[in-house]
Design a protein around this ligand. Structure first.
Ligand code: GDP
Ligand code: ZN
Length: 454
């Protein structure tokens, strides 16, 4: 039984710009009537069977033909929003789709707000929150890997896993509660050791989920690589060689005429954002200091530091000093110019890769090594299932804390009625990941992040 919200909504659901076709979605109780009016008001749409497509003209209220279109009729609840939906597919220019939307609104629809279709889909039980967020990620996905990850989540695997955890927590609560409520009765019971074993198992699963979340973020947002090193070791050349070999978008930051300072490449489905930090300092005027500060921030915030050396010059004291200062970060040593001479790998915390930007050797290895260095810190999930956004991760972390707290309390011999509080909290918090216990303002916050028309 769909929840009926006050008004029928309409919005352009195709990306803005000049596509070949544009689609206007109309959803709500009046969708069929409004769609029928748009098609000329002769009942073609109102009487159409569900999930059928009809060719016709879009008419304005004076009966003038605006545009040829295909009308897709879908009766609720078997639709994206769970409500009656009519989608009008017309010519893609902004004028055509805009006019059709205006006409739909003139006939009683209201322009949908950002995320409103998905919000209705959620309210009608069509999607859960983690899936809704995945749809949002799909819209914004930056790389193939991110797309696949979002698609996997959209299919509801997060929901399954979280639901499983919640069911197990609830069962544990039930056992403890039974002990409390029927202390004398002869019922199925678990002893304290069994409580502990179960809670430890759950905590372990949650730990996995939280640990692998980092990897999810890397796939979603990409990896930032700071190219560092002394002048003339070959940083710019390496950046160019990497971009020349990969799918790349190179952006020149104004003021740096000679070098590209930033490029985005893809390595095996992972987006790498390469920044030549020296490139940021190339200007020798007033902006210099800004450049230096920015470079420092970028190095500190980078997922991987690629520290470049020139083999003929070897490792010098300034190189050692830099690496020592940044040893808490993930780093890779790039020994460049090996076409001229080689050098032994120095005894440092970072692994080394050998390259020649000039000859083009070792460049593919460098790309892979950068990816591996970043991912090594973020282990893969057993079944490749990740929480991808900060909200989900912090909820899982909170639930994990609750379980640890429960285990401590159990070890200390805290009474049963206090024990269940932590478990109840963990259960509630996990529900927020999928939206089972979602509060209204949270929904607003999440759905308002959607693009218009989703
Ligand atoms: P950056 O200052 O670290 O960015 O260094 P550049 O990329 O501007 O390179 C400095 C000089 O070294 C240029 O003349 C490059 O052609 C040269 N160079 C860069 N990489 C190599 C390499 O692998 N082998 C050789 N022989 N020369 C290189
Ligand atoms: Zn350079």
């Amino acid at each position: 039984m769909p929840i009926h919200e006050a008004q029928t909504i309409a919005q352009i659901v195709t990306a803005p710009g000049k596509g070949a076709v544009g689609i206007i979605r109309i959803s709500g109780d009046e969708a069929l009537a409004i769609g029928d009016g748009l098609a000329g008001g002769r009942g073609m749409i109102a009487r159409a069977a569900s999930h059928t497509i009809h060719y016709g003209w879009v008419h304005d209220r004076e009966g003038n033909r605006l545009d040829e279109a295909l009308f897709m009729v879908m009766h609720g609840p078997r639709t994206y929003t769970g409500e009656d939906v009519v989608e009008v597919q017309c010519h893609g220019g902004p004028v055509a789709v805009g006019e059709v939307l205006r006409e739909a609104c003139a006939r009683g629809a209201r322009p949908a707000e950002a995320g409103e279709f998905s919000r209705r889909a959620f309210l009608n039980g069509k999607i859960d929150l983690s899936r809704a967020e995945a749809i949002m990620d799909l819209v914004e996905a930056k790389s193939d890997g991110a797309l696949k990850l979002a698609a996997r989540q959209k299919s509801g695997r997060t929901e399954e896993l979280v639901d499983g955890l919640r069911a197990a927590i609830l069962e544990l609560i039930a056992y403890i509660q039974a002990d409390l409520d029927f202390p004398e009765d002869d019922i199925d019971r678990l002893d304290k050791a069994a409580y502990r074993d179960r809670a430890e198992g759950l905590a372990h699963d949650l730990e996995d989920l939280v640990r692998t979340a980092t990897r999810g973020r890397l796939y979603r947002d990409g990896i930032t690589v700071a190219l560092c090193g002394r002048a003339n070791v070959g940083k710019s050349s390496l950046l160019n060689a990497l971009t020349g070999r990969n799918t790349a978008i190179v952006t020149n930051i104004p003021g740096t005429t000679r070098d590209s300072v930033e490029a985005n490449i893809q390595v095996d489905g992972l987006a790498l954002r390469l920044i030549d930090t020296a490139g940021l300092r190339k200007t020798d005027d007033l902006v210099e200091q800004i450049g230096v500060d920015r470079a420092k921030d970028i190095v500190r915030g980078a997922d991987v530091i690629a520290y470049c050396l020139a083999a003929p010059e070897g490792l010098q004291p300034v190189d050692r000093a830099f690496i020592e200062d940044h040893r808490d970060q993930v780093g890779l040593l790039v020994i460049n110019q090996v076409d001229l001479s080689d050098m032994p790998s120095p005894d440092l915390p970072w692994p080394a890769v050998r390259t020649s930007a000039l000859a083009g050797t070792g460049i593919d290895d460098l790309g892979r090594a950068l990816k591996e260095a970043a991912l090594a810190e973020a282990p893969a999930a057993e079944n490749a299932l990740y929480l991808t956004n900060a909200r989900q991760v912090s909820l899982a972390e909170t639930a994990l804390q609750d379980l640890r707290h429960f285990l401590e309390a159990l070890a200390m011999g805290v009474s049963d009625d206090l024990l269940v509080i932590d478990l109840q909290h963990a259960w509630e918090v996990l529900g927020l990941i999928t939206g089972d216990t979602a509060a209204d303002d949270l929904l607003d916050q999440i759905f308002s992040q959607f693009c218009l028309g989703k």
